[in-house]
Design a protein around this ligand. Sequence first.
Ligand code: PEP
Ligand code: MN
Length: 356
Amino acid sequence: MSTWDLDGLRADIEAINFSLLDLLSRRARLVTEIHAIKSARNIPLFVPAREEQMLERLVARNEGPFSDAAIRGLFKEIFRASLDLQETQAAQTLMVGRERRPHDLVITVKDAVIGGPAPVLIAGPCSVEGEEQMEQVARLCVETGVKLLRGGAFKPRSSPYSFQGLGARGLELLARTARRHGLATVTEVTDTRLVGLVAEHADVLQIGARNMHNVELLREVGRTRRPVLLKRGLAATIEEFLFSAEYIIAEGNDQIILCERGIRTYETATRNTLDIAAVPLLRQRSYLPVVVDVSHAAGRRDILAPLGRAALAAGASGLMVEVHPAPHLARSDAEQQLDFAAFRCFCAATGFTPPA
Ligand code: PEP
Ligand code: MN
């Protein structure tokens, strides 16, 4: 074979490479189109049976010189790259993503409007502890214009030896007290088996930080038609936080409130580090309302007002704060709950003015 021939053959190979590249790019564009249709219809991206069928047809047509195994290997790579493309696309066009909806989502719960022009305050004790405690807090809410009463009945405590909440009795107590005073309730649901019960009693289902990655729980609250307050995980990135919201919306529930509540860092002066940047970033990436839980972020009561002001300045649609008639006697988070006088100061300092 002459040198000239070799050059010619090399040129042929190069031309085939380019043709293959063009074909692969065309294939990838079709994959992208299929992805758009699949995501609009909620069809799974990866269907192993369909992939196997395509491989079988290719092998049946293969006349060599590549072995069937080599053909399988080559096409599996192409399929893999196509799926990666679809998954990247899906991650970039989340159902909770801003691209899907230019306007902010407004969630109405009884008399409270979350994500509207005015910020909301969610207040109440860390845990529901008893009739008298809840009655006093509810009265304070009415006095200060708070429309969303919080209180944990099922408490996912860091230590199994700490108070775990009053459970179903606490749930009923919270609901009864709120009803008497015309308030809406926010309470945590910790387990898929409890979603039905909690949804029966509460107006907003809270997913706690420790459960943000609990996919089955996210799906289960996604199947209800109750608004969900989704807290950011202790060590979750903003992307992971939005993925968790995506699990909820994928089941048909778009009534999701994102709650920044501080993340774990090396800092020990606060219980967690309030990630203020998360507020504008979440709002940039999603149309869902964002609220900030200053109490769990700080883990102390002396800096809640400036944190609240910072959160609102950063674009939060509301704040969550823990308040207790006698914080030093509280059965959980005693060191961070505000007493009533401090709560009134907090409201004044963060611009929540009592009703006239
Ligand atoms: C709570 O709000 O009661 C709570 C336990 O908060 P987090 O899940 O953010 O720790
Ligand atoms: Mn608490």
